[in-house]
Design a protein around this ligand. Structure first.
Ligand code: NAD
Length: 425
């Protein structure tokens, strides 16, 4: 894929990869070529300079972005990333992915992403607050509860969202505007159930996958890579449903127990020890061994590119549920699909976070807040519905679930774009 120099912002690996999947999906649904042409470019890319007063009183100027990819289905939605590698092509790629994810999940939201090129570990809390407030101010013309609703991503957290919301509210006359961001602390309009939403969504998706494969989660054996926010909650909810979690891993290594690990105890262990290393009631394992372990289901919940053409043939799980973004490469998906391994793709399986973000926004607009059970039940309804629609396409067209999910996503966008038409004609 070649781009003109005026399109350097499109020339990133993540975006090019996304375009390839969109083109493949477009073929499956015989997508209108004019729609496809439009879908291959972002609507708006905002680049801002962010001058920040540092603790030593000097001023440092950081570069930030907000890319609004597509708003056909509703206001833009997507996280804000603080990382030293953030650049415009990466943010464009991430904004495109949010567009297709929100569409397949059936949310009335478009796709966007933001980021600041900064290593968040090298700045103080005050500097991070100054940076966040000025970034929020610089992009405030483009965001708002009916326009574009950011959320946390890598390097940002609920406190960052609180500062963002406060800055926006102060600039809107001082009136509280909780609906401008999601992922806020509960005290200022955050939603109950947000913290565990992605892990719970992984388990809801796994339950459906087991059902479709004629299996049951209770009594099954599961291996989980990654024991952070997504992996640890997925492990806990699967454990609570009677599954045997036989192996888990984190950056310090993997552990195994064929009778099932004591997940609540390990969560307590991690609270004090930070990593799995040192937990003695299990056998050690390498990460590679975990990925190819004999088990009913594998949940990769750590990093991208963990299963590729080199190890796809060795995977023994019957079901893979992608908790992380892109843990199984596109080519590995094809190999596994041929071998009859069912893959629940990331756009659905790890959609719990954005679904409950959507609930947070809805609750903020209504000023009416749900209890945790209601949030969890509504999450289940939405993620199961997305799964069923994807699964129907997967069966009817005999394509893998990832291709099916993307096809459903592009089809939904195509229909909406054709209905809305081109402005001006
Ligand atoms: P996290 O930082 O809380 O946890 C990551 C875990 O992966 C940690 O346990 C870490 O030790 C482990 N890890 C790192 N390197 C590893 C390696 N080489 N082998 C095995 N484990 C390793 O992150 P998270 O929020 O749980 O996110 C995990 C993945 O899920 C990421 O791909 C993220 O983009 C994706 N995701 C997260 C959310 C969310 O709401 N948190 C939503 C959608 C997607």
């Amino acid at each position: 894929m070649e781009f003109h120099k005026s399109e350097a912002h499109l020339d990133g690996p993540l975006f090019k990869n996304a375009l390839q999947t969109v083109e493949e999906a477009a073929k499956l649904i015989n997508c209108d070529p004019n729609v496809l042409e439009r879908l291959k470019k972002p609507r708006r890319c905002v680049t801002v300079s962010i001058p920040v007063r540092m603790d030593d009183y000097s001023v440092k100027v950081f570069t930030g972005y907000r890319v609004q990819y597509n708003a056909t289905l509703g206001p833009y939605k997507g996280g804000i990333r603080y990382h030293q590698n953030v650049d415009l092509p990466e943010v464009v790629g991430l904004a495109a992915l949010m567009t297709f994810k929100n569409s397949v999940l059936g949310l009335p939201l478009g796709g966007a992403k933001g980021g600041v090129c900064v290593d968040p570990n090298t700045i103080s809390r005050t500097e991070k607050q100054n940076l966040t407030r000025r970034y929020a101010s610089e992009i405030s013309a483009f965001v708002g509860p009916t326009k574009d609703i950011p959320a946390p991503d890598v390097g940002t957290d609920p406190q960052t969202m609180a500062w963002f919301m406060d800055t926006y509210s102060q600039e809107q006359g001082g009136y509280a505007q909780p609906g401008v961001v999601t992922g806020k602390p509960v005290e200022i309009g955050g939603s109950l159930g947000r913290n565990h939403a992605t892990g719970l969504g992984v388990v809801y998706t796994a339950e459906k996958s087991f059902e479709k494969m004629g299996m049951k989660m209770a009594g099954s054996t599961i291996a989980i890579q990654g024991f952070g926010n997504v992996g640890s909650f997925a492990a806990l909810f699967a454990h609570q449903r009677g599954a045997k979690i036989i192996a888990i891993s984190d950056v310090s290594g993997a552990i195994f127990n064929g009778d099932g690990l004591n997940i609540p105890e390990i969560i307590e262990f991690i609270k004090t020890n930070k990593v799995l290393k040192g937990y003695t009631k299990a056998q050690p394992l390498t990460n590679e061994e975990l990925l190819t372990l004999k088990c009913d289901a594998l949940f990769p919940c750590a990093l991208e590119g963990q299963i590729d053409v080199h190890n796809a043939e060795n995977v023994k799980a019957k079901i893979i549920v992608e908790g992380a973004n892109g843990p199984v490469s596109v080519n590995a998906t094809k190999i596994l699909h041929k071998r009859g391994v069912f893959i629940a793709p990331d756009v659905i399986a790890n959609g719990g976070g954005v679904i409950v973000s959507y609930f947070e926004w809805v609750q903020d607009i209504m000023s009416l807040f749900w209890d945790e059970e209601e949030v969890n039940n509504r999450l289940k309804t939405i993620i199961h519905r997305a799964f069923d629609v994807g699964f129907k396409f997967h069966q009817e067209k005999n394509v893998d679930m990832r291709s099916a999910a993307m096809a459903v996503s592009v089809q939904r966008l195509e229909k909406a774009m054709l209905l809305r038409g081109l402005y001006p004609r």
